[in-house]
Design a protein around this ligand. Sequence first.
Ligand code: FUL
Length: 486
Amino acid sequence: MKNTRREFIATALAVAGLPLRAIGDDPPAPYGPVPTKRQLAWHELEFYGFLHFTVNTFTNREWGDGDESPAVFNPTAFDADQIVESARDGGMKGLILTCKHHDGFCLWPSQYTAHSVKNSPFHRDVVKEISDACARHSVRFGIYLSPWDRNHPDYGRPEYLIYYRNQLRELLTGYGPIFEIFFDGANGGDGYYGGAYERREIDNRTYYDWPNTWQLVRELQPETVLFSDAGPDIRWVGNENGIAGETCWATSNREDFVPGRADVARLNHGDRPGTHWVPAECDVSIRPGWFYHKHEDEQVKTPGQLVDLYYSSVGRGASFLLNLPPDRRGRIHDNDVHALREFRRIIDATFATNLAAGARVTASNSRGNGRDRRFVPGNVLDGSRITYWATDDGVLTPSLTLELAREVTFSVVRLREYLPLGQRVEAVALDQWQSGQWVEFARATSVGNCRLIRGPRITTTRVRLRVTQAPVCPAIAEMGLFAEPA
Ligand code: FUL
């Protein structure tokens, strides 16, 4: 009875993102920076979408100049449900809408500018329609509000920050819960042209006064995660190809970074051990451009390419932010819908069955000699992210063996660390049992939220995980075996 209660409390604390030490037991001490509660919730999303939609959709451009007439924005068959259902059917857990891109045109009737949908022939509030459709279909809603604004006359002056924050306030108070805000670092370099083609220079390091903008969001919506080159919650991965570093730490020396001044190599890999938990987000478009262009209809990424991107983002501990640009009708084009749906079918077929289920799990060491059920090897099978296997302090290179219930054929191994205790493992190796002995078949580095090790099909009765490098004892939440459809 007592034990059950302890486990219940431990689970509740873990869900709340609190260290289990609070109940006076002996879990491993956290190592390095650890995620906040809002970051832990974000880690579970893994895959979500971007919607790039503005005047550019109608002018056939990627970056508007800011002097476009609102009259050009006129979708002929706008359908928020079709957009959101396409995303949801593709497995996206959230959608981030470009409420305002660099051209300054607002997809909602902001009271602070005339440059919006309210002066377009369309008139409707796109932000409202998309956020309502997200709520209807249980998809989280997020926003992109470009700091760089080529339309606003005050851009480059301190007054612009008041405008920018007023707009943020409108979006954060009028459209329900916002799961993420994407703060884009782009501003065309240190010198650039506004809508009237006059030169307006800013210094990225000082102009935006980001800490106070972030603080505004914290006050209005404390659960929102904030993305930029410098976090504070989520960092850019350093490219727009959807590819995290083969080694990708969830940690970074955040204070070294400023939004808009990206050290792309460091962003791609993170910093170890790092001063803060700032995991990477991999943004990439399903088409060559971020906005819809008819001439790219035949250049939609194939399902196979999307699957590869899943492995190079989610499979390296980052998240996968895939852009689906609505077309001039205001709908997701059939080609994009089909590619996304087939991608989803492959991912679902792969991960629906964990072939390790029912295995007998043993370890070279388990914390407290296996007396504490919270740390036993078998915990890696439940995939819950709230129980885990840990070893005694000082046991840095243990192994874990799965004796499978029967011979299985797999091609993907999924590992997860128990994130509330920080990113602990630095390298692992995997062995299969072959002709009466262990044979190594893969090596990997960072694990974090998720490491997918994808290789040729292996048929065996036993698989062994070896932690080969770690500064502290590991805390592994999951080890799963899966097979990609043939
Ligand atoms: C970049 C922007 O300049 C692109 O237009 C796009 O919005 C991409 C997601 O971020 O910095």
